[in-house]
Design a protein around this ligand. Structure first.
Ligand SMILES: NC(=O)c1ccc[n+]([C@@H]2O[C@H](COP(=O)([O-])OP(=O)(O)OC[C@H]3O[C@@H](n4cnc5c(N)ncnc54)[C@H](O)[C@@H]3O)[C@@H](O)[C@H]2O)c1
Length: 314
């Protein structure tokens, strides 16, 4: 923050990045927003287009298309640059392509004197958040991945829909890899203080297999959307704005993000989706919830899958 003016630098203004920029403007989260992309025409065009909406925005935001020098005074650098999933491709398939792109990006950001917080959304997000932490040399709490923030939002939406309750009153987490080995924490899921596993006993129409199917729809949501329209972006963009707001407004919010584990959940040297308290300093603390045996096993499987990919890259 320079002279008390908040600045977010966004790198990568594709589907996800430009949706994030649009949501930032509409929710008036930072005073300045700078757009950077390899495709200069795209970020320049986006800056023009977004500026034309300012007359209708809740408050002024200074938006421009810029370069890496603009990262120096940024509070947050958000990275949405890189290749996205093609139909049938898993997030882990993207690793080599995007790790190379990240080395270039993170080096340039750091060379320009950045000393803020990185937010990473590019897939495979847990591996690329680890890469950003390694390449940047910043403390672990200042490198955050979007992790399972979107998966948790999808889970809350579908549970809200099933029980006909506002998703905002559903407390339930998806943790683990943002990808095929993620898991639902059923043992701690509740609605208005009532455990979901208890709620299921209240009506005959509630079936266990419905919950199983519901989770499959969470886990496979990206595939389903990509099949229909080629990419997913609105949900993650809103999740990233939520995270940005939690940081800039020092909210101490609990969000499922990709955080560095150093013994929490019996895991080490890995970035993975877990609930964490987020504030102006980044990740204040990883929240360790008590998992049941099945959930522990699933979580450790997820850790193992990510560790084996990480070891190939580093
Ligand atoms: N974390 C999540 O929950 C989540 C959800 C959806 C998508 N994603 C991921 O977000 C990423 C972006 O997806 P998208 O649909 O916006 O892709 P996209 O292809 O629309 O946009 C990527 C942008 O990155 C830019 N870019 C590429 N290399 C660059 C570099 N070296 N420097 C600067 N800019 C560069 C491209 O020019 C392009 O504008 C993908 O990896 C995708 O898988 C993550």
């Amino acid at each position: 923050m320079r002279n008390g003016i908040s600045r977010v630098a966004l790198i990568g203004t594709g589907f996800v990045g430009s949706s994030y920029a649009f949501a930032m403007l509409n929710q008036n989260i930072s005073e300045e927003l700078v757009l950077i992309d390899l495709n200069k025409g795209k970020s320049e065009g986006d800056a023009m287009d977004l500026n034309h909406g300012l007359a209708f925005a809740p408050a002024p935001t200074k938006i421009w298309y810029g370069d890496y020098q603009d990262c120096r005074d940024a509070d947050i650098v958000v990275i949405c640059a890189g290749a996205n999933q093609k139909p049938g491709e898993t997030r882990l398939d993207l690793v080599e392509k995007n790790a190379k792109i990240f080395k270039g990006i993170v080096d340039k950001v750091m060379e320009n004197g950045f000393d803020g917080i990185f937010l990473v959304a590019t897939n495979p997000v847990d591996i690329l958040t680890y890469a950003t932490w390694k390449y940047s040399g910043l403390p672990k709490e200042r490198v955050i991945g979007s992790g399972t923030i979107l998966d948790t939002a999808r889970f809350r939406f579908l549970l809200g829909d099933y029980f006909q309750i506002d998703a905002r009153n559903v407390h339930a987490y998806i943790i683990g890899e943002h990808g095929d080995t993620e898991l639902p924490v059923w043992s701690k899921a509740d609605i208005g203080g009532k455990p979901i596993l208890e709620l299921m006993k209240e009506k005959e129409e509630y079936k266990e297999e419905d919950l199983e199917e519901l989770f499959v729809n969470v886990r496979d949501a990206a595939y389903q959307i990509i099949e229909r329209k080629g990419a997913t972006y609105y949900g993650i963009a809103m999740g990233l704005v939520r995270l940005t707001k939690a940081i800039l407004r020092n909210e101490n919010s609990i969000l499922t993000v990709s955080a560095y584990l150093e013994g929490e959940y019996d895991s080490k040297d890995i970035y993975i989706g877990v609930p964490a308290i987020v504030n102006r300093n980044g990740i204040r603390q990883v929240v360790e919830i008590e998992l049941n045996e099945k959930e522990k096993e699933q979580f450790h499987h997820s850790v193992q899958v990510l560790t084996s990919i990480k070891e190939k890259v580093f």
